[in-house]
Design a protein around this ligand. Structure first.
Ligand code: ATP
Ligand code: RIB
Length: 321
């Protein structure tokens, strides 16, 4: 049975230059191509989850510029419910991206409308509370993200008691009524306890994990993060993912071997697909494999929203692994 996903996050127009090697300071290089591709960590996760087979509600904001309608349309085309996509005065968010020949990237985000987002209102939190999983990232103002996480965590249901704000770390939530909160802590920044207390699963890449904990070794960063959040998934690019939970489970799931063309949004594709697998009630290792297959398929294609596989492609890859 499909689980239902909500995303409270950013949406950007990605302005992408493809080059042999990214320019250094003061250097000019000639690119081989330029594309405008809808992206933003929130929208990417919403589209990844929708393509992976779940009904998805998106809460975010576009500006009243020419990019706004195009960004909205991309979400709609992917089947994402945009009832709660706000339009605010001023420019939409953009990301200035350089992708090199190895598929690696560097990104500058100018938040635009994302920077003017506030926490979810009554109708938006009602929509989020009807879903199994809420996906969060850090491209919106931190206060807005904290508000969304805490309000979602406060929704009880099934066997889960409503979380009392300020009562310390939240007991593990999941399928069965309560909204499970998954946070991608990107771009990395220090995170207050009031946010982490409301999070069930944190999904940093290895650099974000190191920045959050001060531990360079992923295994040590995992242990440090488990003191703050019940489940931790550290993504390691082509090295796969490291998983740990407070009940003592540890897993390493290797990445699927593919030729990387553009890794932009690999982490977002992973998070979107992971949310779907968890909302469907798949066991932990199976959920990580489902998400890894989706992410590997995404790195084979250029762009963010253009690169995410649909469910049939994910299942077909899993069937031959
Ligand atoms: P991005 O910021 O580019 O969206 P990220 O840095 O958040 O990505 P990564 O750790 O690079 O996240 O990648 C997320 C997941 O995507 C990995 O754990 C892996 O499953 C998959 N992945 C990334 N790069 C590759 C690759 N080269 N080959 C196969 N799978 C990959
Ligand atoms: O995670 C990839 C995304 O980061 C891009 O789509 C870009 O918009 C930036 O937000």
């Amino acid at each position: 049975m499909p689980g239902v996903i909500s995303v409270f996050g950013s949406v950007n127009m990605d302005l992408v230059a493809y080059v042999e090697a990214a320019p250094g300071r003061g250097e000019t290089v000639t690119g081989r191509a330029f594309r405008m591709i809808p992206g933003g960590k929130g929208a990417n996760q919403a589209i990844a989850a929708a393509r992976a087979g779940a009904p998805v509600t998106f809460v975010g904001a576009v500006g009243d510029d020419a990019f706004g309608p195009r960004l909205r349309e991309t979400l709609v085309e992917a089947g994402v419910d945009v009832t709660h996509l706000r339009e605010v005065e001023g420019p939409s968010g953009i990301a200035h991206i350089v992708v090199d020949e190895q598929g690696g990237n560097s990104i500058i985000v100018v938040p635009g409308a994302n920077g003017r987002m506030t926490g979810p209102g009554e109708a938006e939190i009602a929509a989020i509370s009807r879903t199994d999983v809420l996906l969060l990232q850090l491209e919106l103002p931190l206060e807005a993200v904290i508000s969304a996480a805490r309000q979602a965590a406060a929704v009880g249901g099934g066997d889960h008691e409503a979380y009392t704000v300020g009562a310390g770390p939240r007991p593990h939530a999941g399928r069965g009524g309560a909204v499970s909160v998954i946070l991608t802590p990107a771009p990395a920044r220090p995170l207050p306890g009031e946010l982490l207390d409301a999070v069930d699963v944190i999904v940093p890449n290895e650099h974000e994990a190191a920045a959050l904990t001060g531990a360079g070794e992923p295994e040590r960063a995992l242990d440090a993060l488990l003191e703050r959040v019940p489940e931790v998934v550290i993504t390691l690019g082509s090295e796969g993912v490291l998983y740990g939970s407070r009940d003592g489970k540890r897993l390493h799931v290797p990445a699927v071997k593919v030729k990387a063309v553009d890794t932009t949004a690999a982490g977002d594709t992973f998070a979107g697909a992971l949310a779907v697998a968890r909302a469907e009630g798949r066991p932990c290792e199976q959920a990580l494999r489902f998400a890894s297959a989706a992410a590997a398929l995404s790195v084979r294609k250029e762009g963010a929203s253009t690169s995410m596989p649909d469910r049939a492609e994910i299942e077909a890859l899993l069937a031959v692994l």
